[in-house]
Design a protein around this ligand. Structure first.
Ligand SMILES: NC(=O)C1=CN([C@@H]2O[C@H](COP(=O)(O)OP(=O)(O)OC[C@H]3O[C@@H](n4cnc5c(N)ncnc54)[C@H](OP(=O)(O)O)[C@@H]3O)[C@@H](O)[C@H]2O)C=CC1
Ligand SMILES: O=C(O)C1=N[C@H](C(=O)O)C[C@H](O)C1
Length: 269
């Protein structure tokens, strides 16, 4: 089989440039397009040069449809409205869509699910091996401890430029904790506390958000009981872990039937 042709959308962004480097270093993948928003200063530039790899011959364009038409898959870490649009184009082109964008609303999610009838979508709030393994451990811990004796809080910290909260990863970990307890996260989550909140509601899953500096992503799940606290943590030291996971997901998804898959599917966890 020929190498998988991949397009990076949002190619000039923090993750976009990491994805370009990850495709470059992965055998079995080749880079066939780079897309940015209309008016972006990256348009017309060579993406290899922007990513510090030297000339690649791939010029950043603002035409996703043309780029998707010559691709086997798209790597998308952009923004919710853009990802919904790209999901529609990936469905039209019947290609793989690796979707890492976070902060999508319920109606965005419904449109992604509709697109996954025709595109092979791998979606995760975090594409790293470590976080997906952590989610499994959180699920096991929550199941073993039960809601009566241990309270669960999810703490996250990210760089000052992150625009959504709680992070997609924090929500993924919250979902894992809820699954371990056999309940939905929705309706059991407490995303903000302020003022006279009253005592903690039994069985709830709390979230706390910190923002500052250049932190690529720190997450802890705290299981707090009477007289003892268990903390399960992951610290991303480099965004390359997310990009490598995304390229792995694309290669895994190639040739699979359309549908919505997770990183747990990709990693076999
Ligand atoms: N799942 C995972 O493992 C990870 C997910 N993420 C998520 O990825 C997303 C991006 O993060 P990050 O790279 O830090 O953000 P950036 O803002 O650095 O990058 C996003 C890029 O997408 C571009 N973009 C936005 N809209 C469009 C559009 N319509 N067409 C083409 N390009 C567009 C932006 O352009 P402009 O600047 O002009 O708006 C920007 O270059 C976030 O949702 C983040 O939470 C991040 C890391 C890991
Ligand atoms: O915006 C980021 O930077 C990150 N976003 C993802 C999230 O919302 O969890 C993944 C990672 O933590 C970095």
């Amino acid at each position: 089989m020929s190498d998988m042709g991949l397009v990076v959308v949002g190619a000039g962004g923090r993750m976009g440039l990491e994805l370009v480097r990850a495709v470059h270093e992965t055998s079995g993948a080749r880079f066939v397009g780079a897309v940015e928003r209309k008016g972006s200063p990256a348009i017309g530039r060579d993406i290899g040069e922007l990513a510090g790899l030297g000339p690649s011959g791939v010029i950043v364009s603002d035409d996703p449809l043309a780029a998707f038409a010559r691709a086997d898959g798209v790597l998308d870490f952009t923004a919710p409205a853009a990802s919904v649009e790209f999901a529609g184009y990936a469905a039209q082109a019947r290609i793989v869509h690796v979707l890492g964008t976070t902060g999508l609303a319920a109606d965005d999610n419904a449109r992604i699910e509709a697109a996954a009838r025709h595109a092979t979508v791998v979606r995760s709030g975090n594409m790293s091996l470590g976080i997906n393994l952590l989610a499994l451990l959180v699920e096991q811990a929550a199941r073993a401890l039960g809601p009566g004796d241990f309270d669960i809080e999810v703490l996250e910290m990210h760089h000052r430029n992150k625009v959504d909260a709680p992070s997609g990863t924090a929500l993924l970990l919250g979902e894992a904790a809820a699954a371990g307890r056999g309940v939905p996260l929705s309706g059991n989550d407490v995303r903000v506390r302020d003022g006279h909140t009253g005592a903690r509601e039994a069985g709830s899953i709390g979230f706390a958000t910190l923002r500052g500096g250049s932190v690529p992503g720190d997450h802890s799940v705290i299981l707090a009981g009477n007289g003892e606290v268990i903390t399960l943590s992951h610290h991303a030291q480099d965004r390359a872990i997310f990009a490598r996971g995304a390229v792995k997901a694309a290669l895994w998804a190639r040739g699979r039937k359309p549908g919505l898959y997770s990183m747990r599917d990709v990693l076999g966890l």
